[in-house]
Every structure is written in C-alpha cells, then in structure tokens.
Design a protein around this ligand. Structure first.
Ligand SMILES: O=CCCCC(=O)O
Length: 450
C-alpha cells in the first residue's frame, strides 16, 4: 500500500494499492493503442485537447493545489503557482509546437534532404514528489503534443497527484491511455523499462536513482533523460546589487521548503561584501513565517517527510562539527525545519559537499572572483547556478567558466518552457523543455531524396 500523509500534521490522508502485474499489462496495451491512435490524429486536434487541460486546471486550480499541499506540504500559494505554471506551459506549447516539430531542410547532394521529428511510442516518466505536477507536465506536454504516449511512475507519497493528472488527460478528449499513472514501487520497474513498447525513460530524482534507472535502460537500449541532484552555487561578487541578491538568494533557497534540485544551495560571496550580505540575508530569513501551509500568511511549509528533515539535521550537525557557524534556525520538529543559516562553510563541510534538500543556506567566503568560480565548480553536480554582478560583460565571460547546464545572471535560477533545462556532471544529461527538450524522445529521422 502507498500512503499519502499530510506532512504538517502527519495525518494519514489516503492509502493506495500498488498495481498488479495484470493491471500494468493492461496499461501497456492501452498505452500502445493510444499511441497508434495519436499517430492518426492531426496536430491541431492534439493542441485543442491539450488547451482544454489548461482550461480545466485554471478552472479547478484550488482543488489541484490542495492535493499537492496535502500530499507533500508546500504552501497552498506555492502549489497554486505550480498548477498555473503547468497551464502557462501548455499555452506556450500549444502556440509553438508546430514550429518546434517543423522538419529541418538540409542542403546535401540529394535533390532534397531533411530531418523530420516523429513520435516513437510510450515514454516512461519516473518523477519525484517535490514539484508533483510541474515535473510531470513538463515531460507530458511536449511529448504528447508530439505524438508520444506517456506512463508515469510517480513518487509513492504523491499518488493522489498522479491520479488527478491522469484524470485530467482522461477527461480531455485524448485517446484513452494517452497518459496513465502506474502505482508501483521502484523495485518493480524493470519489466516496464524492458517492455518493447516503452521507447524511452525520463527520470527526475536523485543521482543514485538516476544511476540505477540508466543502468536498466542501458540494458534494454532505451534512451534516457536524467535530471538529477544539484548543489547550485549562488555567486555574489563585490559589485552586485546586494539588496536584490540577498532577497533572491533567500527566495531561491527557501522556496518549497528548500526542496528543489535547483535551489540556491551554496552562497559563494566575495569577501569585501560578506558581512553586508550576511546581515541582509539574516534579516530576510528572520521574517520568514513557517507553519500551516494552508494559511495565506505562511511563506514556508513543512518538509515532505520526517526522515528528510532528520537527514538535513545530520548534514547540519556534521557541518557545525566541521567548523561552520550556525547563525539562524537549526531546529526541527517532525517535518517542520526552521529556516537555517550557516556561515563560514568550507569545501570540506557536509553542507558544501552533499546536496542539502531542505531550508538550509550555506555561506562560503571567496577571496576574489577567480576563487568564487573555483568554489562554484568544486562539486560533483552541475545543474543550475546564479551569478550576481553589475558588470554584464564580466558576467558573460564568467558564465562560460561555470560548469552547469544553466547560468542565471542577476536572477533566480528557475525553469521556463522557452528555455532548455538540464544539467552536466552528476546532475544528469539530456534536456527538458523548449525545442531541445521536445526532440529528446522523438525519432530524428533523416530523409534523403535522390
Ligand atoms: O527538483 C527540481 C526542481 C525543478 C524546479 C523547476 O523546474 O522550476
């Protein structure tokens, strides 16, 4: 049984039975039929159905947001923004899918040669609980518009979200089985990956989860896109707008109770502005109101599970033993972890070396900008990053030296349907969103006409 537990009170909301082998077999069959149906539907029809999903989400936004908050604890405000971001992303793709799928004409010695982008079949999505709608939709929208079908294996604590998303597709007009959820634990995933109807696997999750899914996918020659952990640097140079940088650093770290792969986890600050920046962020963190995620006035909810809060406490304790100073927070009760600030964090500290998936900010001092870039790269991860300076030429120069899939200058690292999203190093490979993300699970077919 999968349990959905409201993190704020630990109340059991619902229990879900894992799907049986027979049920999974039926879903694969239905998914394949849906894919064959989709091949026959014009793009305009798929756009119309997808647009209908956006309308339904907007009309029922509070209902969807409440499912998210109740299952994983983010504030209702954050959950509402997440649902609306999915709807906006549908708008973007409905508008742009035709040009994204446009064949690319290539001049060669042929009379005509071109590349066309064609669907392949069912794509399996293995998704986490931290953005339980957004991470599903950013895979599902482009893939389904392009003609693939989708099967979702969601995290076991957000089964209600998985089923609500499935319902949205079922009620939209898309062929039955276009998007389905399987309630299944990870240890039973191999037969699905192995099934010849599954043509690719996209995973958002931890680096260890990425390694095991990629190994299985490799065994069966299935393409993967992996969006894994991150320990994003947030670099503040001495000529930065410190007030804006401080506000954005706190937002980038504390939103979603710090549970985001692209949270600003390591604040690397040039020495001359270290004191001023520390004072500014401390003021902002003190004002954060953590508590009941359903209340409008709350700006930070609980973490999703008590074991996650315990693990963050371990990382904090180790970091303090290793010489970091605890300036704010540091306490937790159940899932409620107080927003926490560490200063004097060094490269040996756990809060620097490991991904911290909760409301813990680490300030690291950098002697100069070269040292700041070296510290930013001193990690196995390479997902997002942010760089703050008023000198935009310098920013563009330094951006090329940061080992990450995304660099945001004077802004918070975030995903946006118009921009490709993904990482390098142990943060994974492949891209989501934009044109690059849409092409990942398509057959990039070369056509040569003599
Ligand atoms: O854990 C990953 C969070 C991604 C958030 C986003 O796409 O904005």
């Amino acid at each position: 049984m999968f349990k959905s537990i409201y993190p704020y009170t630990q109340e059991l909301i619902a229990e879900y039975q894992e799907h049986t082998e027979n049920e999974i077999a039926t879903k694969l069959l239905t998914g394949e039929k849906a894919y064959r149906e989709l091949l026959k539907t014009p793009l305009d029809k798929r756009r119309e159905w997808m647009a209908g999903i956006a309308t339904s989400m907007r009309n029922n936004v509070t209902e969807h947001a409440t499912i998210i908050t109740r299952e994983m604890g983010k504030t209702l405000k954050e959950a509402t923004a997440e649902v609306l971001k999915c709807a906006t992303t549908i708008d973007y793709y409905v508008e742009n899918i035709e040009s994204i799928l446009q064949p690319r004409i290539i001049t060669s010695d042929a009379q005509k040669s071109y590349v066309s982008y064609e669907p392949k079949g069912i794509i399996l999505a293995i998704m986490p609980w931290n953005f339980p709608y957004w991470q599903v939709f950013r895979f599902a929208i482009p893939n389904i518009l392009a003609g693939n079908a989708g099967i979702l294996k969601h995290a076991s604590n957000v089964s209600g979200c998985a089923l609500a998303i499935e319902r949205l597709f079922t009620e939209s007009g898309f062929p039955m089985g276009t998007f389905q959820s399987v309630l299944l634990s990870s240890k039973h995933i191999e037969p699905i990956i192995a099934d010849p109807r599954i043509q690719g696997v996209t995973l958002t999750g931890s680096t260890p989860a990425g390694k095991s899914v990629a190994a299985l996918a490799g065994k069966y020659i299935k393409k993967t896109v992996l969006e894994l952990g991150g320990s994003d640097p947030f670099i503040v140079l001495k000529d930065a707008d410190l007030k804006e940088a401080a506000k954005t650093a706190v937002q980038g770290r504390m939103q979603n109770a710090g549970q985001s792969c692209i949270a600003a986890k390591r604040w690397i600050v040039e020495q001359p502005v270290l004191e001023e920046f520390t004072a500014a962020v401390s003021d902002i963190i003190r004002q954060l109101k953590q508590g009941d995620p359903m209340q409008e006035s709350t700006n930070m909810g609980p973490m999703a599970r008590p074991d996650l809060a315990d693990d963050l406490a371990r990382q904090l304790g180790e970091s303090v033993k290793q010489g970091s100073r605890l300036v704010l927070g540091g306490t937790h009760e159940g899932c409620n972890f107080a927003p926490t600030l560490l200063t004097g964090v060094t490269v040996d500290a756990t809060a620097f070396r490991e991904e911290t998936f909760g409301p813990l900010a680490a300030i690291i001092s950098a002697a100069d900008e070269d040292a700041a870039i070296a510290l930013a790269n001193e990690t196995e991860f390479g997902l997002g990053s942010a760089l703050w300076t008023k000198d935009l030429e310098k920013a563009a120069r330094l951006a090329t030296r940061i080992e990450s899939g995304n660099v945001f200058i004077n802004a918070m690292m975030r995903s946006d349907a118009r921009l490709p999203f993904g990482g390098v190093k142990q943060s994974g490979y492949g891209r989501e969103l934009s044109l690059e993300g849409t092409h990942e699970f398509l057959n990039v077919k070369t056509v040569y006409i003599h």
